[in-house]
Design a binder for this molecule. Sequence first.
Ligand code: PLP
Length: 388
Amino acid sequence: MTNFSSRVEQVSISGIREVFEAAGEDAINLGLGQPDFPTPDHARQAAVDAIHSGAVDAYTSNKGTRELREAIADKHARDNDLDVDPEDIIATSGGSEALHIALEAHVDSAGHRSANDRTQSGSAGEEVIFPDPGFVSYDALTHLAGGTPKPVGLRDDLTLDPATVEDAITEDTAAFIVNSPANPTGAVQSPDDMREFARIAAEHDVLCISDEVYEHIVFEGEHRTPAEFDDSGNVVVVNACSKSYSMTGWRLGWVTGSTERIERMLRVHQYAQACASAPAQFAAEAALSGPQDVVEEMRVAFEERRNVLLDGLEDIGLDCPTPEGAFYAMPKVPEGFVDECIERGVVVVPGEAFGTQGAGYARISYPVNVETLKEALSIMDEALSAVE
Ligand code: PLP
């Protein structure tokens, strides 16, 4: 048998899957990372029309159709007050591919690390700093790019302190990742933090990858992007239609950054992907340029559920930093709580699936209706009694 690459051997299939498999078929699943709403009709219809017209039978331009990239640039002007050239956008297969090509294009597999450091971490590549607990792909994609993951802890409110990032930067740092609103915590970074992240990227000449896939799901404060404060060209923004328009299955995201960075990321995208799926590009263009009220409707529904969940957690006696965005909450939980929940038919994900500092927490994902959420809360109450 052939050998496998050391990069791939450092990555395993996501721990979240194992949790799903452990649960019964009619369990209440509070582990899923996707909205429970339908994709807007006008987005679906645009794809159907494009399929019937034959417009999607061929490859599009590698970066995506000009019309889609214009719709994305308009979105950045409308929502982020950013002037983005459609030429500086690559449409990708979801935010996942955008993260992948950003890391592939910027992280070297040979850093300046000492032999001792290499043996300890099993990797010699440049470092990527990201939040712990944080989205599972950051660690895996860093390994796949040949880099060295450098997870850093969070503040008590589960936001990422720019000072922590700055302290973690070494001569081997290629990039740091900021994710607001965040998975798995629901935390939203302040405008001041975002300004600091842009400053750090400029001053230390490292790349800031800003993962903004939950940008529209904010309940308190506001979403701001470090790109707004960037004049060094060291910020790239990753975004997607997945969460904003409930289009996780369509696989359409994008990355934007300086012309030079886009050109390098395009080299990876061109050979790994050629172009994002054409029907999805048409659907995304319609979603981004059509009526935006669905986005607000979903945000309002998530806020109501968040409030029900927070009240319920308080009632049963679980301490939970208030999540200001996304559709996740991360209460502190006693040992054995997650297993007791799963045994009783409520799937929640152990915090350590998102990094070592996630130990002692559970991630509750709440894209379910209020009734289901209340039922789950009463089961969590029983689970808690069982371990206390
Ligand atoms: N970034 C974060 C923080 C996420 O939670 C996810 C998906 O869960 C993604 C990126 C990837 O999204 P997509 O489905 O668009 O690939």
